[in-house]
Design a protein around this ligand. Sequence first.
Ligand code: CMC
Length: 431
Amino acid sequence: MAEKNMNATLTFGDKTITMPMYSPVRGPDVIDIRKLYAEGDVFTYDPGFTSTAACDSKITYIDGDKGELLYRGYPIEQLAEKSHFLESCFLLLYGNLPSAAEMADFNARVTRHTMVHEQMHYFFRGFRRDAHPMATMVGVMGAMSAFYHDSTDITDPWQREVASIRMIAKLPTIAAMAYKYSVGQPFVYPKNDLDYAANFLHMCFAVPCEDYVVNPILSRAMDRIMMLHADHEQNASTSTVRLAGSSGANPFACIAAGIACLWGPAHGGANEACLQMLREIGTVDRIPEFIKRAKDKNDPFRLMGFGHRVYKNFDPRATVMKQSAAEVLDLLGVHNNPTLQVAKELERIALEDEYFIEKKLYPNVDFYSGIILDAMGFPTSMFTPIFAVSRTVGWISQWKEMVEDPTQRIGRPRQLYVGEPARDYIDIEKR
Ligand code: CMC
């Protein structure tokens, strides 16, 4: 962050406040308003944080107008083509691509931690079978700090490292267990000779009574889904993790908070909501009715899987995901199922419709990921848990960056109070 050769000046009433400006490596300049309240006795007002940079970060960069996404400077398209999920995890966590020896070591450290404490199996059994797997995951993730006390001291760099590896390693196991529990099948232990994505598919789809061989095209597609979701700078769940962590909360609790936030349909829950919407539309001839509803200001309905706060041109993850979807559907011979037909036609109509063009609403990553996961045999309720597994490394990288920043302070937004002014208490018999 370089100080800019220019200040911003704000004048109101009889006050003039001068504020420094900084130039980032990429992206818009920022105005440092930290002294605004002390010097001007005013707050800024920015619900939804549309104009607020809450931190500085070296991890991920998005240019929403260009449709660009970089992990530590590397374009997502190059990573999707040449890298794999665990290598991208190393990149996000440590800042650079690993050497072959570093990759082998990281791989060994992650795979050594894939099992969960055996006692956690009983914890799962406390949930109802029909619980949403995200509900189970929030609970089990939160409970991890009760199982791994030896990595909850955030002031110890070694414990921070162990906690990070544990979460990257165990989240697929926890998500697969949540799935197995919901369908009444036995838990499948991790198989460490499989790669990260293949191991996840194995834990989800293998059963003890027969062999399950993971199809490499499907595991590659799963790896890509994970890589494309691995980080996305200061989105809602990442900001939740940072805010929770800013109080000094332990990393397992912070990631549980991130999972809870991710679940919402405007964020990670959109992939599930999108597929449910495609099924609700049902047939191509009903699409105009839903497009009409999406445009109606008095109807809360939105086309799920369309639009993004930051991307206003296209979502680069969606471009890669669309290609992956074609490969997977081809492999599985899924060409004419009604959901796919509706998806293709909806995409075509929305991209040509004036409303969507004017508001810059394009299919986002969740539009295509749901189609792939559905074809692979996952129920819609597993879509957001898979997003959570993938985003864990991003959450942890951002959490570590914050904890390791010496200038870090507790996050404490202010407000524009519009409630009752001070008033005297009235005894109940006089009300
Ligand atoms: N369908 C119809 N209209 C829409 C949609 C949509 N999906 N998204 C935005 N709009 C309209 C909205 O009504 C508003 O119109 P107007 O200016 O007339 O009031 C305008 O576009 C701007 O919308 P906004 O709500 O101010 O935009 P936002 O930046 O606050 O919201 C969003 C971004 C992603 C929450 C929103 O586009 C949305 O709800 N999309 C559907 C859910 C979804 O697919 N979410 C996944 C995002 S990608 C994965 C992730 O990062 O989690």
